[in-house]
Design a binder for this molecule. Sequence first.
Ligand SMILES: Nc1ncnc2c1ncn2[C@@H]1O[C@H](COP(=O)(O)OP(=O)(O)OP(=O)(O)O)[C@@H](O)[C@H]1O
Ligand SMILES: [Mg+2]
Length: 243
Amino acid sequence: MSIERVSTGIAGLDKFLNGGYPKNSVILVAGGPGSGKTTFAMQYIYHGAKLKEPGVYISFEQEPEQLKNSMKQFGMDFDELEREQKVIILRIKRVEDIKEVLKIIESNVKKINAKRLVIDSLGSLEVLALTFKSMMEEIPLQLRVGKLPISPPKEAIIRKLMYNAIDYLKSLNVTTILTSEAINTEYSRYGIAEFIVDGIIKLEYQIVGKAMERNLSIIKMRETPIEGGRYGIEIGKKGLRIV
Ligand SMILES: Nc1ncnc2c1ncn2[C@@H]1O[C@H](COP(=O)(O)OP(=O)(O)OP(=O)(O)O)[C@@H](O)[C@H]1O
Ligand SMILES: [Mg+2]
């Protein structure tokens, strides 16, 4: 049986992925500041909505108005798609733990029967995994399981919370993009998420003379043969595309 694919919305990228992301997978889009993660992810939602695959965009860092405005320069009008209930763009602020975020995500996914989801960014989700409330829910459980009179390391708690969160996203039957600004490791803050997700796309740039050269690499994609290598990309009039 062939695997159902979800188109990326990035011109020129689907053909390197056998047609797109495997349906219901979770994809990490990793890159440094200004590498194009948000643009990549907004384009995924926009093109999905045009293909009658509704999408939910969760932002921790930017207001929906700002996101929508910056996409207008690329000819993407999200206001109309929101009115037609094909897109929800939501900023999450002041939540106490991961479970609360997942509940908000679920209710919005169900509201428009979304097939696509973006969480911008994974880093914000990981920070929530370390809140007092999240930790307290996990520690007693871990102690019972291991019967150890000591606290488990922070990493073990994050791994478990992230694993549960990703499993939960899959149960919603959406194909998800998590943006990630790597800090201590190459792909995510704690070097954990990259092993749990189904795919990794890396966005990079170099300054060459007076120009900025951008590129994209497909690092991992389960159920998909990938060639490897870096593809040149450009952020131009129509947004991000492979050149
Ligand atoms: N009209 C445009 N034409 C060309 N490049 C643009 C245009 N608008 C924005 N850009 C480029 O896109 C980059 C921003 O992309 P984006 O916000 O998607 O990156 P990001 O990786 O999400 O950044 P952050 O780390 O801040 O979250 C800018 O740094 C800018 O160089
Ligand atoms: Mg961003």
